[in-house]
Write a protein that binds this ligand. Structure first.
Ligand code: 5GP
Ligand code: MN
Length: 332
């Protein structure tokens, strides 16, 4: 029996209590894949709840039923109860339980539930009973589409499900600029053919900045950008004082790191931000340069070859220094 057949059997056996989980600071792929899968599973009479550790950007509230998502940071007990009572737990767009904080403990404690991982990050953990994992996939949304299609349920993908899945494909590929493969375009084509309005989605996703966010981008590029001399690396840093002065909130720095890669010689980029307790680093690279290794080795993180992140305790200057040294070493 293939993994697809096993999942199909599970979905068809009886209506179940299902929980879908994704990672902290959910992005378009986390939200899109969770909502797409949720709407699909509801067609089989299951009771489905989506839980995220922290809030999602309001720009994604065009997605159907996004207002029903349970946020652990806001309703911890409710979230924990849902996980404890779940018969099936889907883990989407993250590779191991330590990525979802305390919710991960609740998942591990529910030993009766079947656990299913659908993800495209490097190095998945060994907790799932069923695993749909492919680092070559553009996005978890692409994988959810593939899982549904391979089970023979393409016809159940309606425009609402399609819109959710298309969202994650757009966001995780930077609007089809990277991480694509032939299949990514085939899926986009199939979704468009069932009525997904890609123009509407592109507008919702990319023309969604607030005045404050656009000003912050200007500040970062004008005052906080550094190119590391004689290397292919650059970074932007934000201090605690910047956070206070500009009232920078969660999600306000999303996407800023990518601007550094608009310089043709820059192949490694970082956004290093001094948050209340930790220093958060977002890493991006081009081509064969692997920032996942750097994120794991030096910044207590992980992710993908060309997009990773991490968070560590320490002084901002020391973290900046570590990044600079590592870029210089890679340039030797
Ligand atoms: P971002 O820089 O947009 O926050 O994250 C980019 C990628 O790195 C995402 O795929 C995300 O899963 C991964 N990532 C970000 N922060 C962390 C972290 O603290 N730990 C791990 N393991 N991965 C991270
Ligand atoms: Mn993803």
């Amino acid at each position: 029996m293939t993994e697809y057949q096993k999942l199909q059997e599970l979905i068809l056996s009886k209506p179940s209590r299902i929980v879908i989980l994704s990672h902290r600071n959910p992005d378009g792929d986390a939200i899109g894949s969770s909502i797409g899968l949720c709407l699909f599973l509801q067609k089989f009479m299951h009771t489905v709840h989506i839980i995220f550790p922290s809030e999602y950007p309001l720009s994604f509230s065009y997605l159907k039923n996004s207002e029903d998502i349970v946020i652990y940071d806001i309703e911890a007990e409710h979230a924990q109860n849902l996980v404890a009572q779940a018969e099936i737990i889907f883990c989407l767009d993250f590779n191991d339980l330590d990525r979802i904080d305390k919710l991960g403990v609740s998942v591990a404690e529910n030993i009766k539930a079947k656990k299913i991982l659908i993800d495209h990050h490097l190095f998945p953990g060994n907790f799932p009973d069923l695993c749909f994992h492919d680092v070559e996939s553009s996005s978890t949304c692409e994988l959810v589409f593939e899982v549904i299609e391979k089970m023979g349920y393409f016809s159940k993908i309606d425009p609402m499900i399609g819109e959710a899945l298309f969202t994650g494909i757009i966001t995780d590929t930077g609007s089809f600029k990277y991480s694509t493969r032939a299949q990514t375009y085939e899926i986009a084509s199939k979704l468009k053919s069932i009525g997904v309005d890609d123009y509407f989605l592109q507008d919702k996703i990319f023309n969604s900045l607030t005045h404050k966010q656009l000003s912050l981008l200007g500040y970062c590029l004008y005052k906080r950008m550094k190119v590391i001399e004689d290397t292919n690396g650059a970074y932007i840093y934000l201090t605690k004082e910047d956070y206070k002065r500009y009232a920078i909130g969660r999600g306000d720095t999303e996407g800023i790191v990518n601007y550094l890669l608009m310089m043709p010689n820059i192949k490694i980029a970082a956004l290093i931000s001094e948050q209340p307790s930790i220093i958060k680093i977002s890493l991006r690279s081009k081509g064969d340069i692997n920032v996942q290794e750097m994120a794991t080795k030096y910044f207590n993180g992980g992710g993908h070859k060309n997009a990773s992140g991490g968070g560590i305790y320490g002084k901002l200057d020391d973290i900046i220094d570590r990044f600079e040294q590592e870029v210089k070493r890679l340039n030797k």
